[in-house]
Structure formats: structure tokens, C-alpha cells
Design a protein around this ligand. Sequence first.
Ligand SMILES: NC(=O)c1ccc[n+]([C@@H]2O[C@H](COP(=O)([O-])OP(=O)(O)OC[C@H]3O[C@@H](n4cnc5c(N)ncnc54)[C@H](OP(=O)(O)O)[C@@H]3O)[C@@H](O)[C@H]2O)c1
Length: 317
Amino acid sequence: MSEFNEQSTTRDVIAGISLAGKLAMVTGASSGLGVETARTLAAAGATVVMCARDSGKLEAAVAEVRAAVPGAQVETLIMDLADLVSVRAAAAEALSRFPSIQLLINNAGVMACPLMRTAQGFEMQFGTNHVGHFLFTCLLAPALQAGAPGRVVNLSSAGHKFANFNFDDPNYREREYEKWQAYGESKTANVLFSVGLDSRLKSHGVRAFAVHPGVIMTGLARHMDEADFATLSERSPKGEALVFKSVEQGAATSVWAATSPDLEEKGGIYLENCKISDSSVQDSSTGVESYALDTSAAERLWTMSEELVEQAFSFDS
Ligand SMILES: NC(=O)c1ccc[n+]([C@@H]2O[C@H](COP(=O)([O-])OP(=O)(O)OC[C@H]3O[C@@H](n4cnc5c(N)ncnc54)[C@H](OP(=O)(O)O)[C@@H]3O)[C@@H](O)[C@H]2O)c1
């Protein structure tokens, strides 16, 4: 049972843990939770590969980490998750530079943007949050297998409660776009992907987890206006005001997922507040919906994702 809670910080959950000799990769490391996650893993001794699409923002984030952690071992990788050509190039570069990976934190994300499409025409939230990470992770599987034991952490959200995954029209070709619905579907996909990935990689010593970090004021809110904040408050339990975490509290569950000894022999599960989510406790902001952990839906999403990226993956050695 975890000794931590919703107030625990990255400093609390990493205390006493050494990551010396380990390689950790963090997507979306140019902003918000990704920077704090990278900083914490570097402070614990890991070599951290900070991935982002914008080289200027990434360099600023690297400078922030280096200033906070003298001697930090930091590498960078440029990748635009909204373009599978970029994802394939980044994965190929990563495999040649980092043949052995222990931790992959799929943290990048976009929320509630207007209808936009990725380079391959996927709806932007589904394409960035799920499809890009699906391809990146599957292409990196040989390095994860070589580095085992290891973990993959997929940033989901309590926003998965907004919507089950829509297998009929994942890219909003035939229905009216609704930005929160699309975010919810993409975040449900992140949980289902964790379930499907864990079932494929656990025999290789690599476990996968989905994380809800809490509600944290970061760049993620860039597409939100006043009315959106009101909408989110209405969706919270009893319509209460949103309870915000600090960035250090928000990144704590990702770091706990990646490093906690409490999670050994576990995987394919949803974590929040530095704990395994109790699926029997359900309200509009805590707990995990059963549809997100459904193994047949996870298999269906896996097959659909392989079709979308036009590549099938077998992890048999
Ligand atoms: N903050 C919250 O309250 C909250 C709640 C639940 C879940 N989450 C999840 O936590 C994760 C981290 O979010 P955050 O709060 O730290 O948000 P953030 O500050 O906006 O960081 C998101 C990161 O993702 C990157 N990104 C977006 N689109 C990308 C693309 N096409 N290719 C590569 N990178 C891309 C961003 O890069 P740019 O700066 O270049 O756009 C940024 O580095 C997300 O997955 C989010 O859904 C956050």
C-alpha cells in the first residue's frame, strides 16, 4: 500500500531511490509536468532524454533542469507527435543513440483544442495523445526489451471519464466535433493502450501504467477560456471549484509510477494521487472507468492503431 497521497511531491516519492545507470525518456519535456518529471529523474541519477517538438522551448527546459541539478545527464530528442514521419525519424535516432531504455514517460499532450488535424489527418488530440505515442513506443520496444526491467508510463487523465473510446469514428469524420469529448476519448485510449502494452511486454520485463496527475495549472490550458474552467468545475464532484495541485505534486504520480518498488509485478493499471486507483470508488474526478480497463477494447484499439500507423508489431524475441 502506498504511503503517499494527493499532496505528495516529486521530492517525496523519489526519496531514497537511485536511478544511476538508468536511461529515462520523457516526451513533452519542454513544459509543465514533463520538465518537473525530467528534473526529478535526473536528480535521482538517471540519464534523461528530454523529447519535444520545439527546439527553442526544449533548450530552455534543459537549461532549467541543468540549473536545478548540477551535473545532470541530459540528452535531447526532437519529435513532433502530430506527424508520424517525425515520430519514425525520432524513434530511429533514439534506437541508434540509446539502445537500452529503462523508463519511457509518454507525457506530451494537447487538450481541448479546436478541430485540427495531424499531418496524417488524425484528429489532433487522438493523433497526438495516443497515435503518436503508440507508434513511438512500439518502435522503441527493442530498446525497452534490451533495458528490462523497465516501465512505460502513459499520461492519461480523469478526463477519460468524459467519454469512452469511439471505435466508429475516432477521427471525427462523421460527427460534430466536441473538444472535451475528443480529449476524453484520447485519454481513454491512453489507459487502453497501457492495458494492451502491458499484456504484450510484461513477459519481457517491461510493465505499463496509466497516470492521472491531478489538476495542475500548466501550458495544457492554452486552449481554455473562462467558460471552459466553469464547465470543468461543474463536472467536478458536487460542482465544487477545481482543486489544483502544484507542478511538483502533479508530476509525483508519474515519478511514482516509473520508480516505486510498490508497483513491482504490477502493470496495466491506472494510478492517481501516488496510489493505485480504487476502481470501486467512483465520482466525476477520481477512480477509473471500467471501459478504460476493458481488455477486449484494449485489443480492438491495438489493432486499430496498427492499421492507422500502417505497421504491425510483434514483440516475440
Ligand atoms: N495539467 C493538468 O491538469 C493535467 C490533468 C490531467 C492530465 N494531464 C496530462 O499530463 C500531460 C502533461 O501535461 P502538462 O499539464 O504538463 O501540459 P503542458 O505544459 O502543455 O505540456 C504538454 C507538453 O506536450 C507537448 N506537445 C504537445 N503537442 C505535441 C506534439 N504534437 N509533439 C510533441 N510534443 C507535443 C508540449 O509541447 P509544446 O509546448 O511545443 O506544445 C508540451 O511539452 C498531458 O498528457 C496531459 O493530458 C494534465
